[in-house]
Design a protein around this ligand. Structure first.
Ligand SMILES: Cc1ncc(C[n+]2csc(CCOP(=O)(O)OP(=O)(O)O)c2C)c(N)n1
Ligand SMILES: [Mg+2]
Length: 605
């Protein structure tokens, strides 16, 4: 076996011709034939005889079986950083030209790309990493997939099976490491188990609450000849409440004078947005979207009443709390949308609560619902359409009130800066110029706050932002989005902190000529944290200032077109240029820090 003959850190051990011959015979699954018997040896260097890839690929191995299952289930792309622990799988990838291999620079970046891809396709995103160090770097993607409810498969090459649990070089027990955040951790030890494990991984990652699955593959079970099944998943038949319950819900919808829909990420599934739109319209229901799920309902629609996120005003939450019928559809009703589990009231809301989510762990987890429905919200809203109408007249005033509060909340600010650019003006310009199918990818940071608050996601515009609040997500998510949605404009906004975490991944945009627009907010600060610091410990700056490289020059060195925005007058043309560009484009914005700090602590001009 080739992989097990490699030394630590992937350096091949010195080989004699005899060993080499055995290796090749091993790969081919047969002894070497006559013409290959005489090696050409020059000054101690063994020049291997010409091996034709084709003949090697004739042997269908356990790694092929794994990839066969992926391919049969429409997985057409993997993101990876290679490692000696999964050479067998890397080798099999050569025989799957239909699976696009995206080579990344850090497992965190690769993992985020897979999370973004999984979110966009609804199929598990796949990231492949090496044991120990590679797996540790990829941990952030597992956390993000779990928090964001995104299907993800992390394939980890493992030490040889004979050494498992011996604390061998780079060994980790992944069941212990990821058991609490992954939906399933599987470590087959027989090559014949690999296909079945991959098949189950796909099902588990994408079902119920989608999430991460970890598939650990010892290096010495990747190269054996095995069966090559091509099992395909069959989607589960949708279940629905019975007619009696549906009628009860319809009655409640007619009687309610202050109904409110809280729409969550489950409407990202194909047809989900459209179904929600038609339902809300038919029953004239105000729709609030759950935390960072802005794009499940158009922000420009007359029934849109805002996001339940990190920056709601007290007036808005107080108004929402006066609702008499909450339909929580496809949301987990977690910490942030419920404002720290205070709206609705825990555990028994004062309103009638309908909670619909396709996972019985979630329905009833925090709140007792009057209608606890374990099913797809997309199916439920379609089933509730017949009989829509006859609603209370008082609804109009309720909607108007919520709309007024929302309008005041989302009004663009008119800050004046004291040096540098007010980044919210950049966001405003993007919102005015972005095409109706633009994909907005965000990193974590205060630069993103104006997007969440003021950017009216409309048409087919998508928001790709980590619910986990993880820095480093933006750039890799933009690469994955541009690869997947080649005809849409991908726009990535990122801070100077987050950019230097995973910004190297933008080289893929140059390599693959992806017309991504990167907009970097450079405020020489981990400003989100500085803001909190100033509130808790005014005037005591600690650990939040940044010394930065020349980002503009860096982008040029990556081979991208780049412009620098240092004052408000330069915003418009930079954004127009960046959006129109048919190649990767980078805008560095010198952002004003003072304008985002609490007024009393902002440095004097
Ligand atoms: C991986 C990770 N590390 C740390 C944090 C904590 N954190 C949240 S925002 C932030 C600062 C972001 O700085 P920057 O990217 O420059 O954006 P800015 O807030 O300055 O706009 C930090 C350190 C995090 N969310 N994720
Ligand atoms: Mg910053």
């Amino acid at each position: 076996m080739v992989a097990s003959r490699l030394g630590h850190e992937g350096i091949p051990k010195p080989r004699s011709w005899k060993n080499l011959k055995e290796s090749i015979a091993d790969m081919l699954g047969r002894p070497l034939s006559a013409p290959w018997r005489s090696p050409r040896i020059r000054q101690g260097t063994v020049i291997p005889p010409p091996i034709q890839l084709k003949s090697i690929s004739m042997k269908r191995t356990s790694a092929h079986a794994l990839l066969n299952i992926f391919a049969a289930n429409a997985i057409d792309r993997v993101f990876l950083v290679p490692g000696e622990s999964y050479l067998g799988i890397l080798d099999a990838l050569v025989d799957f030209p239909g699976i696009d291999t995206v080579v990344c620079r850090h497992e965190g970046g690769a993992g985020y790309m897979a999370v973004a891809d999984g979110r966009l396709t609804g199929r598990p995103g796949v990231v492949m990493v090496s044991r120990g160090p590679g797996a540790s770097n990829a941990a952030i993607a597992i956390h993000t997939a779990q928090q964001d409810a995104v299907p993800l498969i992390v394939v980890i090459g493992q030490i040889p099976k004979r050494d498992l649990r011996r604390e061998a070089f780079q060994e980790i027990d992944y069941q212990k490491m990821f058991g609490a955040i992954a939906k399933w951790v599987s470590e087959p030890t027989d090559p014949e188990q690999l296909a079945a494990a991959a098949f189950k991984a796909i099902r588990i990652a994408a079902s119920g609450t989608p999430g991460p699955v970890v598939l650990v593959v010892p290096e010495d079970i990747q190269q054996q000849e095995t069966d090559q099944p091509a099992w395909k998943n069959t989607p589960a038949v949708q279940t629905l409440p019975n007619e009696h319950t549906l009628d009860e819900i319809r009655d409640r919808l007619r009687q309610a004078s202050r109904p409110l829909v809280i729409a969550g990420g489950m409407f990202e599934k194909p047809g989900g947005r459209e179904a929600l739109h038609i339902f809300a319209q038919a029953w004239q229901l105000p729709v609030a979207v759950s935390f960072r799920r802005h794009d499940v309902f158009p922000g420009t629609h007359p029934l849109y009443v805002g996001e339940l996120g990190l920056a709601n005003s007290k007036a808005q939450i107080d108004a929402f709390a006066e609702s008499d019928f909450i339909l929580a559809l496809g949301t987990r009703l977690g910490d942030i949308p419920t404002q720290g589990y205070t709206f609705p009231q825990l555990p028994r809301p004062s309103q009638t609560l309908l909670h619909c989510y396709p996972d019985d762990h979630i329905v009833g987890l925090h709140y007792v619902a009057d209608f606890g429905l374990v099913c797809e919200p997309r199916e439920l809203v379609q089933a509730l359409l017949p009989g829509a109408g006859d609603i209370q007249e008082s609804r109009a005033a309720w909607l108007q009130r919520l709309r007024q509060i929302h309008a005041a909340h989302v009004k663009w600010p008119s800050n004046t800066t004291r040096g540098g650019v007010d980044f919210s003006k950049v966001v405003r310009s993007v919102s005015e110029h972005a095409p109706e199918d633009a994909i907005i990818c965000l990193d974590a940071g205060t630069f993103a706050a104006p997007v969440y608050r003021h950017f009216p996601f409309a048409g087919r515009q998508r928001l790709m932002a980590p619910l986990s609040g993880a820095m480093g997500y933006g750039t890799p998510a933009a690469i994955a989005s541009a690869l997947r949605m080649a005809n849409s404009k991908t726009i990535c906004m990122v801070g100077d902190g987050g950019f230097l975490m995973t910004g190297n991944e933008m080289i893929a945009a140059v390599q693959r000529k992806l017309p991504v627009l990167f907009i970097l907010s450079n405020n020489a600060c981990y400003a989100s944290i500085r803001i909190n610091q100033e509130q808790c410990y005014p005037g005591r700056v600690s650990g939040t200032s940044l010394f930065n490289p020349d980002f503009h020059a860096l982008a040029l060195a990556f081979g991208m077109k780049a412009v620098l925005v240092e004052n408000d007058a330069q915003i418009e043309s930079a954004i127009e240029q960046g959006i129109a560009a048919s190649e990767p484009f980078f805008i560095e914005v010198r952002s004003d820090l003072a304008s985002v700090l609490p007024a009393q602590t902002a440095p004097k001009a």
